[in-house]
Ligand binder design. Structure first.
Ligand SMILES: [Zn+2]
Length: 209
């Protein structure tokens, strides 16, 4: 059974992410950044309007999600053989050819995790906007921190580019709408994550507790 340790004396301290120096927490005004006195790493920042930006980018990402997964990403013609491929099609093809782990990984990292990540950040940001943070927000924040290690849209994008470059010399290859939506989802997800201010979320949770 987990034992709760009271560490209220550390509540007003921050840890430098680069050199582990303990620093007194400061209240920043919008667009201000606090840097570590020892290594100059960014310790805390206060992005302006971060909650609204997270809501906007997460909604944009979710709008791109369905077409990114269900519309064809590429069509190609090789030696008279024509095919179009969607993201989910790719997963089922990997599975049918016996690459079960690969299919599972692609499904997790490129299809399911981005959806959960965008959904989690949108829910947390909405709770923050309407000042309705509660114990559920803590659970969602922790879930997001675990999940974000699994989202690998960038790696998948790199895979698509490598496949495109390799296949372009072998036959005619056309980039389809799904790929543009995938890039849209990738950019929206990156912007959502970069605008999200975890420290601000925990501060608001503490204030509402
Ligand atoms: Zn430091």
């Amino acid at each position: 059974m987990g034992r709760e340790i009271n560490n209220a004396q550390y509540a007003n301290l921050l840890l430098c992410p680069d050199c582990d120096l303990l620093i007194d927490k400061v209240t920043l005004s919008p667009n201000e950044t606090a840097v570590c006195s020892r290594c100059q790493a960014k310790v805390l920042r206060h992005p302006k309007n971060s909650v609204n930006k997270v809501i906007a980018f997460a909604l944009a990402g979710l709008l791109f999600y369905l077409p990114a997964n269900f519309l064809p990403i590429m069509s190609f013609e090789l030696l008279g053989f024509e095919a179009t491929n969607t993201m989910l099609n790719g997963v089922s093809q990997l599975f049918n050819e016996g690459y079960y782990w690969m299919a599972f990984l692609v499904l997790m990292c490129s299809v399911l995790v981005p959806l959960f990540e965008l959904g989690l950040l949108l829910t947390i940001a909405l709770q923050m906007k309407f000042n309705k943070t509660n114990s559920l927000t803590t659970k969602l924040l922790l879930a997001y921190q675990h999940l974000s290690e699994w989202g690998m849209l960038e790696v998948y994008m790199l895979g698509i580019l490598v496949a495109y470059i390799k296949m372009i010399t072998m036959g005619s290859i056309l980039v389809d709408m799904g790929l543009f939506c995938f890039v849209g989802m990738l950019v929206s997800a990156l912007l959502t994550a970069s605008c999200f201010d975890t420290q601000h979320a925990f501060d608001q949770l503490e204030a509402n507790a």
